[in-house]
Write a protein that binds this ligand. Structure first.
Ligand code: AR6
Length: 177
């Protein structure tokens, strides 16, 4: 756990769909019409009204983010972002992944979100190397905090212990502030 200003940043092994936070982030694809992994889990838990709202959004470019309601989820909102597919690193993947976190937080701020949970965007089917992805996730969140003083809680929701250990390592490596 890391506290910066009034924001608590932590990692948990948890199904993101169960979290009582203002917003959860979905690692979607550019159609925004659902898929497997965390996307499938979020659509199943939120119910069919989520897909109906997504259908009206006309998709989302890689690196961008769009807001919907959370419907049957405990979270009030879902912020759908589209991570890059890993192709070896020469296709701007790192910048695009950072952009997912940046844009998700910008959308969250507009919706007055005070607590948010992120999955490990691009670390599943999209094959982004997890160590690097975790560094980008945490660095980008920390970089944005000064411009988002209302943010009180960030949870990195991990599906397994190995991913959780990466966040814990990275959180512990941060200088005290
Ligand atoms: N809660 C938290 N984390 C989860 C959950 C969950 N319920 N389910 C999976 N994860 P992925 P991507 C973890 O593949 O790589 C979809 O089909 C998982 O272990 O869901 O960005 C979309 O429609 C992994 O660490 O997302 C896209 O087509 C992380 O979430 C594509 O997959 C992300 O894995 C996006 O691929």
């Amino acid at each position: 756990m890391l506290t910066i200003g009034q924001c608590r940043i932590e990692s948990q092994v948890v199904d993101i769909t169960t979290l009582h936070v203002d917003a959860i982030v979905n690692a979607a694809n550019s159609s925004l019409l659902g898929g497997g992994g965390v996307d499938g889990a979020i659509h199943r838990a939120a119910g069919p009204d989520l897909l109906r709202e997504c259908e009206a959004l006309n998709g989302c470019p890689t690196g961008d983010a769009k807001l919907t309601a959370g419907y049957r989820l405990p979270a009030k909102y879902v912020i759908h972002t589209v991570g890059p597919v890993w192709h070896g690193g020469a296709r701007d993947e790192e910048r695009l992944l950072a952009s997912c976190y940046r844009r998700s937080l910008a959308v969250a701020r507009e919706a007055s979100v005070k607590s948010i949970a992120f999955p490990a965007i691009s670390c599943g089917v999209y094959r982004f190397p997890a160590d690097e992805a975790v560094k980008i996730a945490l660095a980008t969140v920390i970089e944005i905090l000064p411009n988002y003083p209302e943010l009180e809680r960030v949870i990195f929701a991990c599906f397994d212990d190995a991913m959780h250990a990466r966040y814990e390592r990275e959180l512990a490596a941060q200088p005290s502030r």
